[in-house]
Write a protein that binds this ligand. Structure first.
Ligand SMILES: NC(=O)C1=CN([C@@H]2O[C@H](COP(=O)(O)OP(=O)(O)OC[C@H]3O[C@@H](n4cnc5c(N)ncnc54)[C@H](OP(=O)(O)O)[C@@H]3O)[C@@H](O)[C@H]2O)C=CC1
Ligand SMILES: O=C(O)CCC(=O)C(=O)O
Length: 425
């Protein structure tokens, strides 16, 4: 069955949608779930496609295409980020929205899955242009989002400020301040402390748990992190703080490498200064391809999707891969890594700290009561440990890959919610 049957448009062998469907079909073989439920879950509930006109600072007009894919909401409101990237497509948003459904379910938080974005290069826009684009995008999505319906958050190319503009535009249209329409806002307008660092922090927590599981010593563990943005930089810095030896990090232009370990707090993050990693004074500069092939204990791909493919995966020397980005490993590469017995801890578990602290933020907005950073860290730690344990039980009991084990946990929860609500078919 082709991806185009959703009317979704473009598709290719390694689109997020194709990969997400293959992963679902593979995992379905390990659970006792009605095949009709699986068939339903191969499709999104809705994909909103909008045109987003933007008056540029020079007075000219550009029209961009934006999307919001809503996959499933049986366990709660649709939830997931908004991405500004030139390669945003309908298929990509649908695939990413499916992963959000599983991510919320693995974490056992009361959300479904969604993802959206605009096909635009945010680096080509001024701050004023990004604000106008975001406000117009919020207006176009007005009818499909809302605190009880679908709650966007940051993703690649968007940040807390983007969420503030989105929330303001929505609130102006609603006639009342509505903080809960997005998460990942600045704390001064109802955002949660610790949300920005949360996906990276969860990658670090899960890496620490996996290192412990394989009975390695974190202080003797070498780590390479591709991408030094919200996810990559926070993962690298937390692992560095906890004693790991982070030897390489990268931005879009390439990677820096120091076999003795980098001072990750000194390297500028994407948020502090985009494209600045390669300007840092380090013993060696290597390419974004080479960072994936370094002889390290742990590789954390935390930039874009589809970086580990059948073309390069044989050259990967890491003993453990922890996925920081969404969908960094193609389906074919995953199979090769399984054959090579290189464990891959999947995105839907590892980077799920983002949506988990988004859930904390949503609760704080409902209660109009802000949590301290300490409380956020404590609750995140406990949620991540609990999800890790749930997945580990399936991993051990059924002799699965980590990805299949995480899918089994998620699918069982989603399927049980469907049968209990009787919503289905
Ligand atoms: N933000 C969030 O809450 C969450 C994000 N994710 C996922 O994590 C991944 C990264 O997102 P996030 O950290 O937010 O993104 P950011 O925009 O904050 O950072 C992206 C980083 O990746 C680098 N980069 C961009 N393109 C490439 C490329 N083609 N090759 C190598 N490096 C590249 C950027 O470099 P430069 O600075 O030079 O531009 C930057 O360092 C995405 O897959 C996203 O979906 C997952 C969970 C939550
Ligand atoms: O915080 C959220 O709602 C979702 C973050 C996100 O897009 C992701 O985890 O991929």
């Amino acid at each position: 069955m082709s991806a185009d049957e959703d009317g979704a448009g473009e598709s290719n062998a390694d689109s997020a949608l194709v990969t997400a469907r293959r992963q679902l079909e593979r995992a379905a073989a390990h659970v006792d779930v009605d095949s009709n439920v699986i068939e339903r879950l191969r499709h999104p509930t809705r994909v909103e496609r909008v045109s987003v006109p933007l008056k540029r600072d020079d007075g000219s007009l550009d029209v961009y295409t934006g999307y919001r894919a809503q996959h499933d909401d049986v366990r709660g409101p649709y939830k997931g980020g908004l991405r500004y990237h030139p390669e945003v497509t309908s298929d990509e948003c649908i695939g990413l929205s499916m992963w959000m459904t599983w991510k919320s379910a693995v974490m056992d938080i009361p959300f479904g899955g969604a993802k959206g974005g605009v096909a635009v290069d945010p680096k080509q826009l001024s701050e004023r242009e990004t604000e106008r684009l975001t406000r117009r995008f919020a207006q176009e999505l007005r009818d499909v989002v809302g605190p009880k319906r679908d709650v966007p958050a940051p993703d690649m190319g968007t940040d807390a400020q983007t969420m503030a503009w989105f929330m303001d535009a929505y609130s102006m249209q609603s006639g009342e301040t509505t903080p809960g329409v997005v998460t990942g806002k600045p704390p001064v307008i109802g955002g949660s402390y610790g949300r920005e660092e949360a996906p990276g922090r969860s990658v670090a927590i899960i890496t620490r748990e996996a290192v412990d599981y394989y009975e390695w010593d974190l202080s003797e563990t070498t780590v390479a992190v591709q991408g030094f943005g919200s996810v990559g930089a926070n993962a690298a810095r937390a692992l560095d703080d906890w004693g790991a030896n982070v030897v390489s990090v990268s931005d879009v232009n390439g990677a820096i490498y120091d076999p003795d370990g980098l001072d990750t707090h000194d390297v500028p993050t994407h948020e502090e200064q985009p494209e600045a990693v390669m300007t840092y004074d380090a013993p060696e500069k290597i390419s974004n391809e080479e960072i994936l092939e370094l002889d390290v204990d742990v590789l954390v791909p935390a930039a874009v999707g589809n970086v580990l493919t059948s073309d390069n995966v044989d050259d990967v020397q890491a003993d453990l891969i922890v996925e920081g980005a969404n969908g960094p490993t193609t389906f074919a590469a995953d199979a090769i890594l399984e054959e090579r017995e290189v464990p891959v801890v999947p995105d839907i578990l590892a980077n799920a700290g983002g949506v988990t602290v988004s859930y904390f933020e949503w609760l704080q907005d409902i209660n109009r009561r802000q949590w301290t950073l300490e409380r956020v860290h404590e609750e995140l730690e406990s949620h991540m440990q609990s999800a890790w344990n749930d997945v580990r039980v399936e991993y051990e009991a059924r002799d699965l890959t980590w990805r299949d084990a995480a899918y089994v946990v998620a699918l069982q929860r989603v399927a049980e919610a469907k049968s209990t609500r009787g919503l289905w078919p």
